[in-house]
Design a protein. Sequence first.
Length: 134
Amino acid sequence: MTETSETQGSAVAIKLDDIKFNEATKSMAAIAWIPIVGFILMFVEKKDTLVRYNGAQSTIIGLLHFLFSIVWGAVTGALWYFTALWGIFDLVSTVVSLITLVLIVFGILQTIGGKRFDVPVVSEWALKLVNMIK
């Protein structure tokens, strides 16, 4: 392969249809759903697009959860005086954490089952992120 064709090949944007399951990297694609691990694999893995894509999705989910925790902590801290709302604050925080956990576990299970799992909205952002990091 010449240097020109390699350069041209790396400039081609990855599409969702290009992301295929690879039995050889199934376990790596599954653990990429763990946000910190996925963040690292997103940069380290250069060939398998599913590993990078799963890593990007889990990184975005982890970042969204982290940002929610900061904002929600500030809101609950500012409204600490309203003790009647503490139960609602805890409920909302617990529901968001459970949704995050379910998305991660479901992503792992789908990957182990040989399927690609696209989280609505997040999958579009993840595809853009994968295309930015090459």
